[in-house]
Design a protein around this ligand. Structure first.
Ligand code: FMN
Length: 357
């Protein structure tokens, strides 16, 4: 585990160690998408993580999928995020805001404008989604026109600028888990016949154009990108060409000299090794299903430079201290992952608090 605790650099930041907080939607923003009152406390409690990657944050009204997810596209959002980034920085941490456009993984009941969701093609994901009046089938989205695509890329660009204005150390582009960018990449959600559909080059075009726009706006050294090769979330089926698709994408992204690439790794070891050999900048590997004992394995095996962890950091504000001391961890409570205020959000005790009881 020694290397896990060694310093490293991503973009402009020198991080004290290699453990990162993975992005996690917590559905506790205000109705207008401004981060909730408790968000500053939640993130600053976790500032001892080497890098915090925020919950998925919509770059526009169209980009919202879930209820009470935060936005970063107006002045109120910027003010709200400023409180969060200030609190994290005061506590000695660093935070990237994850830019997440949900695309078709959305319900009109959940968005401010209540319009039909947008996607590369008019294909529903075949899933249900939580709304204020219960679980509902996700409707068929509207296919984005070429003009809409330009507007969407501009929205990402503006959101990245807004994130920096709000004091974020950078942004992570969410290209994973079945949301808009992944919907363009995947064959079964993209049936377009223009230059954004069909060939691998065409299906990855949107991802690359979004990245280019953001890099131009805030700099490559403040831009990360997340992928999840082989995901089935959101009704995605990536087909048989997963390796070809992702190697092409990673090769293209590598030309930008980004601050990092973040792989949500689902088990394709050969692909991960190939990505590692192509990608010269920092690589973050969030390995699904690994045990706590294996937390630093990818770093020790030189497959990763940083390890993002999700639920353990959600349930343990002092995860770093606990791991260093070999202290037991709080168990995460999935019933409080989403919504519900402070319960399961800011009230997980530190080990010191537990000991003093
Ligand atoms: C409550 C919850 C919310 C999540 N929200 C996001 C999200 O907004 N963006 C994202 O890229 N991944 C999201 N994920 C996936 C996590 O980033 C991570 O990949 C996953 O939890 C597996 O890592 P772990 O085993 O360390 O928790 C979420 C996971 C959980 C548990």
């Amino acid at each position: 585990m020694e290397k896990l605790w060694s310093k490293t650099e991503i973009g402009r930041l020198e991080l004290p160690h290699r453990l990162a907080m993975a992005p996690m939607t917590r559905s506790r923003a205000q109705d207008d998408g401004t981060p909730g009152e408790l968000s500053s406390l939640y993130y600053s409690q976790r500032a001892s993580m080497g890098l915090i990657i925020s919950e998925g944050t919509q770059p526009s009204e169209d980009g919202q999928g879930y209820l009470w997810s935060p936005g970063i596209y107006n002045e109120k959002h910027i003010e709200g995020w400023k409180k969060v980034t200030d609190a994290v920085h005061e506590a000695g941490g660093f935070i990237y805001i994850q830019l997440m456009h949900a695309g078709r993984m959305s319900h009109p009941d959940n968005t401010p404008h209540h319009r039909q969701a947008v996607a590369p093609s008019a294909i529903a994901p075949g899933e249900k989604m939580f709304t204020a009046t219960g679980m509902k089938e996700i409707p068929i989205p509207r296919e984005l026109s070429k003009e809409d695509i330009e507007i969407t890329i501009a929205d990402f660009k503006k959101a990245a600028a807004a994130a920096i204005e709000a004091g974020a150390d950078g942004v992570e582009i969410h290209g994973a888990n079945g949301y808009l960018i992944n919907q363009f990449i995947s064959e079964n959600s993209n049936r377009r016949t223009d230059e954004y559909g069909g060939s691998i080059e065409n299906r990855t075009r949107f991802a690359i154009e979004v990245t280019k726009a953001i890099v131009e706006e805030i700099g490559a050294d403040r831009t990360g990108f997340r992928i999840s090769p082989g995901t089935t979330l959101g009704g995605i089926k990536e087909g048989e060409q997963i390796s070809e698709v992702y190697l092409h994408l990673v090769n293209e992204l590598a030309k930008f000299d980004l601050s990092y690439l973040h792989v949500m790794h689902l088990g394709n070891e050969a692909l991960l090794r190939e990505i590692r050999s192509i990608w010269k900048n920092p690589l973050l590997v969030n390995r699904a299903g690994r045990s706590l004992e294996d937390i630093s394995l990818d770093i020790d095996n030189n497959l990763a430079d940083l390890v993002p962890v999700g639920v353990w950091s959600l349930a343990n504000p002092d995860l770093v201290e606990r791991l260093k001391a070999g202290a037991p961890l709080n168990a995460p409570d999935p019933t409080t992952f989403f919504g519900l205020g402070s319960k399961g959000y800011t009230d997980y005790p530190t080990f010191k608090e537990l000991e003093s009881k």
